[in-house]
Design a protein around this ligand. Structure first.
Ligand SMILES: [Zn+2]
Length: 557
């Protein structure tokens, strides 16, 4: 008698080999038999016409905070994701001394656009060390979590305010190494660092004050455990990116560690730059390094309103300063003041034609409801004014609650991205799951992989697309016994309809602690998601009470 049998599915086992029809039997959290299963089970799932695949793994997320109030990382799980990697981009919630909580929340708010109120009202701060944090999230875990520890928080712990001012002394480097070792022993999957991010005061984050010797010393500790080094690099400059690839390759070979950099964007007007980057990756891989560039499947569509700072304005200093440091009233005042408004219009005009493409997404007043879905340029023509002025006027009329959408703003060379998805040296990831919650929905990138790149474009076969986000990811990150349907492996399984799997439309919902909102997407065509042998979600019944999530790779020794 098995716990669970999945019958008559097309088994896409994650290896990349052709699919075959069969059953999968599960007991005690592990896959026990694949092929024809005639025995009985407590639960049977009919998968006729569906694919049975390993659970998908999302290697670049910022679910750190959400994990404290939602151990399923909804709605990531219903898209078939059974493992997430939080702690990217030098930021994690541990190790963290009580006196640095405010600082870290400020950085999460600035860099990942997580609302301050969610931390105030959704988080009970009952941990400081990394092992304490692991115990904390394990209390309520539906999804598997492979947490990175952030270089910036390691520095804060060891160096205090000096972390944001200077390189570490040799004595501090030794303490950083010991602290990283403690995190890895408690189950961290690796360390993340950033070369680009700014904190809430628009100063470089602590990791950016580290020198090459410090990173080498920390990579040496990663090497003791063979764990991952993740970086967010200067992704807007191909030449600097190539130099980072060389640095990572050096650390990878010297210390025997995997490394990954994200994000790599492919804009329609600069695919030559991407070729330069991927060519260097290929050369370094051929030389024996492990340097995995992460490419996300979805184009960048950004939504914004002026109530909260938006990353769209980060390269427009006048706008960003009032959005970042001013409150609601300051912004309304700046919009209403003739002189300041003229400065803002000029600043925005430097961005070129992007404003022409804005669409009104949502308004509050009855009078403006007819504008929803209209292009701002058409409204501007009706009102006989400029596009930027229309954006400002509408925002004043709506008390800053006018929401705009800019589609395909970047990462929009669909054909080139398809080629990259299929490239063996490219790692599919960079979803940023759980971050930027008021700019776009970071859920459903896997559904989009199948709908856009497998079904519509034919850039990858079904089998290779599954392999990329299961077996490949598990191997790149050193997650043993996952990512493959094989007897004895952990039963993380996603059952989906290959003809319909997709991401649904973006929705604006209010489900963030503290009354906050976010953009989400539901899944289409995902039938059942199994974590650790237990059904965690089904399209028919929704989320279950299963709590089989594990921290990966887990404690050493
Ligand atoms: Zn990130």
């Amino acid at each position: 008698m098995f716990d669970l049998i999945i019958k008559n599915g097309r088994i896409v086992d994650g290896s990349g080999l052709p699919a075959f029809i069969g059953d999968v039997a599960v007991s005690d959290g592990r896959i026990r038999k694949i092929g024809k299963v005639d025995e009985q089970a407590k639960t049977t799932v009919d998968a006729a016409g569906k694919v049975i695949a390993p659970g998908f793994i999302d290697p670049h997320t910022h679910f750190d905070a959400q994990l404290l109030w939602d151990g399923a990382c909804k709605p990531a799980l219903e898209h078939g994701i059974t493992t997430v990697v939080p702690g990217n981009c030098s930021l994690s919630l541990a190790p963290l001394k009580a006196e640095h909580r405010k600082k870290l929340v400020g950085m999460f708010n600035q860099i990942e656009e997580m609302p301050l109120k969610a931390f105030d009202e959704g988080v009970v701060w009952d941990w400081q060390t990394f092992p304490e944090f692991i115990e904390r999230i394990k209390r309520d875990l539906t999804i598997n979590v492979a947490p990175l520890v952030g270089h910036s928080v390691l520095r804060l712990w060891v160096m205090g305010d000096a972390a944001m001012q200077r390189t570490a002394t040799p004595e501090e480097v030794v303490r950083l190494q010991a602290l990283l070792r403690e995190c890895l022993e408690a189950g961290a999957v690796g360390m993340s660092t950033s070369y680009v991010d700014m904190d809430e005061t628009l100063q470089p984050v602590p990791s950016r004050y580290a020198d090459a010797d410090e990173l080498d010393a920390l990579a040496c500790v990663l090497g003791e455990y063979g764990r991952m080094l993740q970086i967010v690099h200067e992704f807007y400059n191909a030449d600097v990116t190539v130099a980072r690839i060389d640095e990572l390759a050096h650390l990878s070979i010297k210390h025997g560690i995997p490394t990954t950099l994200s994000p790599i964007f492919v804009n329609a007007d600069d695919s030559g730059e991407v070729d330069k980057v991927i060519t260097r990756v290929r050369e370094q891989m051929a030389a024996g390094a492990r340097v995995w560039p992460q490419v996300q499947t979805r184009p960048i569509d950004i939504s914004f309103c002026f109530e909260v700072p938006s990353l769209l304005f980060i390269r427009m200093p006048k706008w960003y300063a009032i959005m970042r440091f001013g409150g609601h009233d300051d912004i309304v005042q700046a919009f209403s003041d003739t002189e300041r408004r003229a400065e803002l219009v000029q600043d925005a005009a430097a961005m070129g034609g992007v404003w022409e493409r804005l669409v009104v997404r949502q308004v509050q007043t009855e009078a403006n409801q007819g504008l929803v879905g209209m292009k701002l340029s058409d409204i501007a023509a009706q009102r006989n004014t400029s596009v930027i002025d229309t954006m400002i006027d509408l925002s004043i009329e709506e008390d800053l609650q006018a929401h705009f959408l800019l589609s395909g703003m970047g990462h929009n060379d669909n054909k080139k991205i398809g080629e990259l998805m299929a490239d063996p040296v490219v790692h599919i990831g960079a979803s940023d799951g759980g971050a930027h919650i008021l700019s776009f929905a970071t859920y459903g990138d896997t559904g989009y992989l199948f709908s856009n790149f497998v079904r519509e474009q034919g850039a990858l076969s079904l089998e290779s697309a599954v392999k990329k986000i299961t077996y490949d990811t598990a191997n790149i990150w050193g997650l043993s016994e996952r990512g493959l349907l094989q007897e004895g492996y952990i039963a993380d399984i996603t059952i989906f309809d290959p003809e319909t799997i997709a991401r649904d439309v973006e929705r604006y919902v209010q489900d963030v602690p503290g009354g906050g909102s976010r953009y989400v997407r539901s899944a289409i065509g995902v039938d059942t998601v199994i974590v650790g042998g237990e059904i965690a979600y089904s399209a028919e019944h929704g989320y279950t009470t299963a709590k089989r999530g594990q921290v990966l790779p887990g404690p050493t020794g």
